[in-house]
Design a protein around this ligand. Structure first.
Ligand code: MOS
Length: 758
């Protein structure tokens, strides 16, 4: 706490810079852009989960008045098939290209097959109905068990499993629906279980779910006869949109400019492209600009959800509660092209604890469902569901308090993580202690109520960031960032800038610059922006401070080494007869002392600070209906350093609510033909405000030693602990251990009936 006194701005809660635009509706989201010559683009989607495309007849659609362009995969260059062929069927660009528009076969219900651009949205919809497609339906696989069965229909007949060289049981080059196998760990789990007094082995399943962002995918494309492309797009990274669009269409990067829109939620789901390449092709074919906006139904059917999983987990512990071994086998559906988050599942599943013997093996399974996309701490919540509910069972069996059992095994500095590295300073122990000491943990409970706790881990990302810092002649500062502001990065970057210069927060403006106005920057994802782009901003500000000191030295005609920057002004060391020069004074006179002052930095951020969260959940279960109500919830999290604590708390609350929805309600329901039956927020039920209590938050600060302010990254880890916290609470309330999500009322009732029958 005393350390915080050093900061004037970091750790404060000023109003958010984008707040007024957003609450007044003035902010421009993906669908808010328009051009005078604009057409509306729409996509025809597959009515089959798996089928061969025999023919596509565009004649009637083209003839419709108001239709200016129609396209299919024939209008996209097929650039990556050879690369895939020489790599066992695997090429991520090939997958992306074929996901954007089906070629030869459709691989899931909702797969794009053609697109049109017309003068109105209604005419475009009408034109879609005039496209005549002949399909030859093929057998489909919809779940892990049928996908990995020996007689399974192959989704990709040429695709062999990667990562199996020399592994017994895999016959080398035989194609299968397992795209990839990964394995991590150390020691020998069998030996670990020999050392245990208690061993528990359980199996868990989860269903496909969607991130549930409010804003549908949307973009506007403008093209010129000389080949230039401008895109306005809502995404987690406009450089990502530029790079993918250019790659799929074989266009030079310098000809593609992407202007970021505000983003109405992404949570990992806007880290790829769906519409942008199609809008560009339609624009080129029509000579007009083209706007495309997905309907909510399209978002559900055809954007990237996080798909189903099956995890088998075995945990061994001594009577004293020391973990001796852990072993897990994880099967994650990746959708029609593979590429699930199973690697991250394997990395995170045992990560919060020290294990002498631990191993996780993951399989990336292809099924005839949409190509999966990232979702907030991708792969980790399902893994935590398995481990943290088994730990709860172990605590009960050993008669040890569930927090104590976790504390006895908690990862700390020097612990060999199950995924390879040794931890630097991490806050797992401090987070658990704060949970234990919170009044919530010992508060009384009523009838049909129960309390659960769980720990979540996420490793966070660094990646590449650029930043620019420009001094304006009036002494204000403009910061350029290449990251769409999703979780409050305008505020956090402005706070760190104000801190670096010692000036007022209100004098800093953060601008999200387009792809031609700032250096390359990776997506807003991986909880990385305040950490990594923050580092770039801090470096760019240091560059500017150095120049300010040089300018002051020039004014004073002294060596620059004699000038220091303190409290927003340049001061001459050891002399009192020189009045300090403020940032505003130096900026105003910059033209006379050497010209405008600006700084920039570009880096690959190292020293990621890993994140732990520990949650307490109280539920009340209605024995008549099986309805589970979350009645109290507390999220504790190590932020490293909370730059803007309100935003950190907002991330913790948002993650907790998404996790509660995943635990209790959310699931894709497919019919036997592989058609999604609940593609809307009416039937796909995410929590609304009335479904959840106020989420209480406790920020723990164990600074990341590798970041100037100690930042770790806070956006993702809060979704990891909720599922097991809820499920453990339901056990405490009912005596039934549920291992299949979601805990919807009918399923809970079946569980309760099973208990009374037994
Ligand atoms: Mo995220 S799931 O790192 O966009």
């Amino acid at each position: 706490m005393s350390e915080e006194k050093k900061f004037r701005w970091v750790g404060t809660r000023p109003i958010r810079p984008d707040g007024i635009d957003k609450v007044t509706g003035r902010a421009n989201y993906g669908a808010d852009f328009a051009l005078p010559d604009m057409l509306w683009g729409k996509v025809l989607r597959s009515p089959h989960a798996h089928a061969r495309i025999q023919s596509i007849d565009l004649k009637r659609a083209k003839a419709l008045a108001g239709v200016h362009a129609v396209m299919t995969a024939e209008d996209l260059p097929d650039l990556f098939a050879e690369a895939a062929k020489s790599n066992g069927g695997h090429d991520s660009s090939n997958d992306l290209a074929h996901n954007v528009m089906a070629r030869g076969r459709v691989l899931y219900h909702g797969h794009a097959i053609a697109a049109v651009a017309a003068t109105s949205s209604a005419i475009a919809s009408q034109a879609l109905e005039l496209i005549d497609v002949e399909y030859e339906p093929l057998p489909h696989v919809l779940d892990i068990a049928s996908a990995i069965a020996s007689d399974a229909t192959l989704i990709h007949e040429d695709r062999v499993t990667q990562g199996v060289e020399g592994i017994e049981g895999f016959e080398g080059a035989e194609p299968s629906n397992i795209a990839n196998r990964v394995q991590l760990g150390h020691g020998d789990p069998a030996e670990g279980f020999d050392l245990a007094d208690e061993v528990i082995e359980r199996e868990f399943t989860t269903r496909p779910i969607h991130q549930g962002y409010i804003e549908p995918h949307a973009c506007l494309a403008q093209t010129t006869p000389d080949g230039r492309v401008t895109l306005w797009s809502s995404s987690q990274g406009h450089f990502m949109v530029r790079d993918y669009t250019a790659k799929l269409l074989d266009i030079d990067l310098s000809l593609v400019k992407v202007i970021p829109a505000e983003i109405g939620g992404g949570f990992g789901g806007k880290t790829t492209v769906y519409l942008e390449p199609l809008a560009v092709v339609l624009s080129r074919k029509s000579g007009r600009s083209v706007k495309m906006v997905m309907s909510r139904e399209e978002v559900f059917r055809a954007s990237g959800p996080t798909l189903g999983t099956r995890i088998k987990l075995k945990l061994g512990a001594t009577r004293e509660g020391v973990f001796t071994g852990g072993e897990a086998t994880l099967h994650y559906e990746g959708g029609a092209f593979g590429g699930s988050s199973v690697m991250a599942g394997c990395m995170t599943i045992f990560a919060p604890y020290a294990f002498p013997h631990v191993r996780s093996t993951g399989y990336d399974v292809m099924v005839n469902k949409p190509k999966g996309a990232a979702y907030r701490a991708p792969g980790a919540p399902m893994a935590a569901f398995a481990l943290e509910t088994v730990i709860d069972e172990m605590a009960e069996r050993l008669e040890i308090d569930p927090v104590d059992l976790r504390l006895r095994n908690a990862a700390k500095e020097g612990t060999l993580a199950s995924f390879g590295p040794r931890y630097r300073r991490v806050g797992c122990v401090e987070t658990l202690e704060a949970l234990r000491d919170h009044p919530h943990y010992s508060a009384p409970l009523g009838p049909h109520q129960g309390r659960g706790i769980a720990v979540g881990f996420w490793f966070n990302a660094g990646l590449q960031s650029s930043a620019g810092v420009n001094l304006n002649p009036d002494g204000t500062v403009t910061v350029l960032s290449g990251n769409p502001d999703i979780g409050g990065s305008r505020a956090s970057l402005a706070l760190m800038t104000a801190e670096e210069f010692g000036i007022e927060y209100e004098r800093v403006e953060v601008v999200i610059a387009d792809t031609q106005s700032i250096g390359f920057t990776d997506v807003t994802g991986g909880s990385r922006v305040t950490f990594a782009t923050g580092m770039a901003v801090i470096e760019a500000a240091a560059d500017v401070r150095r120049q300010l000191c040089e300018r002051a030295a020039a004014v004073w005609e002294v060596d620059a080494e004699r000038v220091v920057w303190e409290d927003g002004e340049a001061r001459l060391k050891g002399e009192s007869d020189r009045a300090p020069l403020t940032l505003a004074e130096l900026a105003q006179n910059a033209g006379r002392t050497g010209g405008p002052i600006s700084g920039r930095a570009a880096l690959t951020a190292r020293g990621v600070g890993m994140a732990f969260g520990a949650h307490i959940c109280d539920v009340e279960v209605d024995p008549e209906t099986g309805r589970v109500e979350v009645i109290r919830y507390t999220a504790v999290q190590d932020a490293g350093r909370a730059i803007h604590p309100s935003y950190v708390e907002g991330q913790m609350q948002g993650g907790a609510v998404q996790g509660i929805g995943w635990a209790l309600n959310e699931e894709y329901v497919f019919d036997s033909d592989g058609k999604l039956e609940n593609p809307g927020f009416l039937d796909y039920r995410i929590p609304v405000a009335s479904d959840v209590p106020m989420i209480d938050t406790v920020i723990v600060e164990v600074p990341n030693p590798k970041h100037p302010y100690g930042v770790r990254g806070v956006g993702e880890v809060p979704i990891v602990a909720p599922i097991p916290a809820v499920v453990n609470a339901v056990y405490a309330a009912t005596g039934v251990r549920f291992r299949d999500l979601p805990l919807s009322p009918p399923k809970v009732l079946v569980g309760l009936d099973g208990k009374s029958a037994a």
